[in-house]
Ligand binder design. Structure first.
Ligand SMILES: [Zn+2]
Length: 418
């Protein structure tokens, strides 16, 4: 479809944007292109669609279930006992709910790790978002489970996908996946051009156990396994020292900071953004699953990330609003090897129109500051992904049914297995 957006604010200047098919084709003034849809952008600003660098979308089903617990207790007592009962239908509705929430808060792309690949894929295809969907790998250090995981990956990887969806391998963590399986994951990813999505150095306990079990800290352990590469996206990386940051940078590893989840689980707060940026590590931001961050709102995640950096450093200059926005747009797209994250000709047409007519944007001295620090996700008026309009005037097709079905699904899951 050809879409012409007229008179929208871009970096405080009114512009027109012409989208043809999947791409932004022209950005300029007084464009008069033939288009099937013309959108009046007056009173609105355009930003690239947000990229959620790390999440488990169907965990929306566990929102508010098992709050205020540390990671290990939360996983063992609240999540894993119920997750094993999840049906494909449950995961489908959980993912649909996540997609609703992401679209309503301006996310156009996300990096996902969850079980039951087919219903996740089906839900995301239907909802029109862009995503890198990880086939999750666990082996719990057992050969029989490793064999099953390999078979599952073989099945998931050949499912038909649209151009919006990329396949990745998502080994859960170094405490749930053996070194041999991690090696197999990286070899498979290298052979097929897939990304690898892994939790790493999330808690002090994980760090201590890594030293105890493998004789090395988490990053050094991955280095010994020869897993560090530009294919690797690491979620968390809270417990890393200067030398490990150098190792990550030298190998082109990408890192995703998840401030809300880290704070809520009490996993840690001293994410070394400044050192990673100085070392040249591509850093994005994620929400993690809605069971730990409780929402999938990237504007909130960006704000918390920025505040957290200033807080633990006692330095208000770290991660200014513009850098927080860059982390959730340009950097997010870059870590996923996606040509999006900028409003420029030639980039994928993944963008949001922000409604400026609210108290949060008044006065309008600094749009980026207002967007990151003052507003909420409900400032997102229109969302376009891959050149398709997913939401306009905050109206999203099918929202009510999805919310209702997902709510029923979660209730049934907890009631039947509690
Ligand atoms: Zn996670």
């Amino acid at each position: 479809m050809r879409i012409l957006i007229k008179n929208v604010q871009l970096n405080r200047h009114p512009v027109d944007i012409f989208i043809d098919g999947r791409f932004i084709v022209r950005v300029g003034n007084d464009l008069y292109e033939e288009a099937e849809r013309v959108i009046d952008g007056s009173g609105k600003a355009v930003v690239p669609g947000f990229v959620n660098g790390h999440t488990h979308s169907a965990m929306t089903l566990f929102r508010g279930f098992g709050d205020d617990l540390p990671l290990e207790k939360w996983l063992n007592e609240k999540i894993w006992p119920y997750e094993k009962h999840l049906s494909e239908e449950d995961v489908y509705w959980g993912t649909k709910l996540a997609c609703v929430e992401m679209i309503k808060t301006g996310t156009t792309c996300f990096n996902d790790m969850y079980m039951h690949y087919p219903p996740v894929l089906r839900a995301v295809e239907e909802m029109g978002l862009r995503a890198v969907l990880g086939s999750t790998v666990f082996d719990f250090f057992r050969d029989d489970i490793a064999g099953q995981a390999r078979q599952q990956v073989a099945k998931d990887s050949v499912l038909p996908r649209s151009g919006r969806i990329s396949f990745s391998l998502a080994p859960h963590a170094i405490y749930t996946v053996s070194g041999a399986t991690l090696r197999w994951v990286d070899d498979s990813a290298k052979a097929n051009g897939w990304l690898v999505h892994l939790h790493l150095a999330e808690t002090q306990t994980e760090y201590n156990n890594s030293v105890k079990n493998f004789g090395l800290s988490p990053v050094r352990y991955l280095n010994r396994l020869k897993l560090l590469s530009p294919r690797l996206i690491l979620a968390h990386c809270l417990y890393v020292d200067e030398e490990e940051i150098r190792m990550l940078a030298d190998h082109g590893v990408r890192v995703v900071h998840n401030p809300n989840s880290n704070l809520k689980l009490g996993s840690g707060h001293a994410f070394k953004y400044r050192e990673m940026k100085a070392a040249g590590i591509l850093t994005a931001i994620g929400t993690d699953g809605a069971a730990t961050s409780n929402n999938l709102n990237m504007l909130e995640a960006a704000k918390i990330a920025a505040l957290l950096q200033k807080g633990w450093r006692n330095d208000p200059t770290v991660m200014p609003a513009g850098e927080a926005l860059q982390c959730i747009t340009e950097n997010g797209a870059a870590i996923l090897n996606i040509h999006a994250g900028k409003i420029e000709a030639g980039y994928l047409a993944d963008l949001c129109l922000i409604d400026l007519r609210s108290s949060a944007f008044t006065p309008g001295f600094n749009f980026v500051s207002n967007l990151i620090y003052a507003t909420y996700g409900n400032c997102v008026d229109t969302v376009i992904c891959d050149g398709n309009i997913l939401m306009e005037n905050r109206s999203l097709k099918g929202e009510d049914e999805i919310v209702e079905q997902a709510g029923k699904t979660a209730d049934k899951l907890i009631k039947n297995h509690g």
